[in-house]
Ligand binder design. Structure first.
Ligand code: MEV
Length: 425
């Protein structure tokens, strides 16, 4: 029987004490919560510093994407994902891309936007111009907040002021554009926005309310392009199928959401493996996909003059090497070491290439055999485990289900119960 969720002083307890209390209040055994307390490479002490009320960690598999050549460099890319087939798909797409030279990437400077909202401004159009006039003062104020960032070559870059017609009347919204170098930059730009807000309110007679970064980081774009030779991918019908699949996504938001989810299967896996903020990147990507006013495909696919398949991907990628979990998490550090990345923009470019590879693999399968055939082999293993198979039983049950074309928990249980099926232990 679950107990009360009101736990005074919970945050003051050690993680193990919290976990014991959680089991007690949830009305379950300590054994049922034990997996939560296994902190792996992160360690409970570090985990406890990352978030509040920490009781443990969640282990997610990390797979290595092989075969990638990005900007002429052979590279192994760690991907953290719970979804079967995701890593294999990138490996395969990258292998097929090698004939065309692999992936070419680029990125803008890592410029983050922070917004300052001013309400109750009597003359918003004049206020906009007044703020724009004082760019140098704004630059000085922003840069004064973060001397280390300036020392690393980052800092204030530009200013934009918009008058937004919102319900309840116009509001004046100032954007500061800040180069955050190798940091994701949330702390840097939020500090600047908070410092600047009272000054803007004073100049305009308005009232400052929100002061926060925008996750639509569209001044911080990463781009990847790649040509797959038609002969390498199964011929012109496959190539044309991929282009038709893209056109479907670009024309229809229902398909675009799934198409872009496929892109993000790759993107998020690398973002997570490197301890970066998956939600920030996801929010930015989807907002960018709707940038024309309609939600569309993040990638674009066409046929080259030589008749080969060209894919491009451009998306906001607010990722860094310092700050947040990236610096603290030993696994994230190990993942960065595997890739040998030494700048934030380089990481963003690698992620864009992985996103494009992931998208290629999904479209190729969708335009040919469909996803279920390949997916089922791995999925069948998960189902076998869920049904209680262990050791060698897992493969036997999984194979038997795939052979029957029936990958379901009830089938797995029946196969386990029936040794004559060849799957019993
Ligand atoms: C599954 O995780 C991703 C796909 O649905 C992507 C797509 O449909 O393009 C296969």
């Amino acid at each position: 029987m679950p107990g009360s969720s009101r736990i005074e002083g919970f945050h003051k307890l050690a993680p193990a004490e919290r976990l014991a209390l959680v089991a007690d209040r949830a009305g379950i055994t300590p054994a049922a919560v034990a997996p939560l307390g296994e902190a792996g490479a992160l360690g409970l002490e570090t985990a406890d510093r990352l978030i509040e009320n920490c009781v443990g960690t969640l282990a997610v598999p990390i797979g290595i994407a092989t075969n990638l050549v990005i900007d002429g460099v052979e590279i192994l890319v760690p991907m953290a994902t719970e979804e079967s087939s995701v890593v294999a798909a990138v490996c395969h797409a990258a292998k097929l891309a090698r004939g065309g030279g692999g992936f070419v990437t680029s990125a803008t400077d890592p410029v983050m936007i922070a917004q300052i909202q001013l309400l109750e401004v009597a003359d918003p159009e004049a206020a906009r111009i007044k703020i724009l006039e004082r760019r140098d003062e704004i630059r000085a104020l922003c840069d004064a907040q973060d001397p280390p960032l300036i020392a690393h070559g980052g800092g204030f870059r530009d200013l934009e002021v918009r008058v937004i017609d919102a319900a309840g009347g116009p509001m004046v919204v100032t954007h500061i554009l800040v180069d955050t170098r190798d940091a994701m930059g949330a702390n840097a730009v939020n500090t600047m926005a908070e410092a600047l807000a009272p000054t803007l309110a004073g100049w305009t007679g308005g009232r400052a309310l929100l002061r926060i970064l925008s996750n639509l980081a569209d001044r911080r774009l990463a781009r990847a392009r790649c040509v797959w030779r038609t002969d390498d991918i199964g011929g012109a019908a496959v190539r044309d199928g991929i282009v038709a699949a893209f056109r479907f996504a670009d024309a229809d938001p229902y398909r675009a959401a799934t198409h872009n989810k496929g892109v993000m299967n790759g993107v998020t896996a690398v973002v997570l493996a490197t301890g970066n903020d998956t939600r920030a990147v996801e929010a930015g990507a989807h907002a960018h996909a709707a940038g024309t006013g309609r939600y569309r495909s993040l990638s674009r696919w066409e046929v080259t003059a030589e008749g080969d398949l060209s894919g491009v991907l451009e998306l906001p990628l607010a990722v860094g090497l310092i700050g947040g979990a990236t610096r603290i998490h030993p696994t994230a550090q190990a993942c960065l070491a595997v890739m040998g990345v030494d700048t934030g923009p380089r990481l963003a470019r690698i992620i864009a290439a992985v996103g494009l590879a992931q998208n290629f693999a999904a479209l190729r399968v969708l335009a040919t055999t469909g996803v279920q055939k390949g997916h089922m082999a791995l999925h069948a293993q998960n189902i076998a485990i869920m049904a209680g198979a262990t050791g060698a039983e897992i493969d036997r049950v999984a194979r038997a289900m795939v052979a029957r074309g029936e990958v379901r928990i009830d089938v797995a249980r029946a196969l386990l119960d029936d040794p004559s099926s060849g799957a019993g232990g």
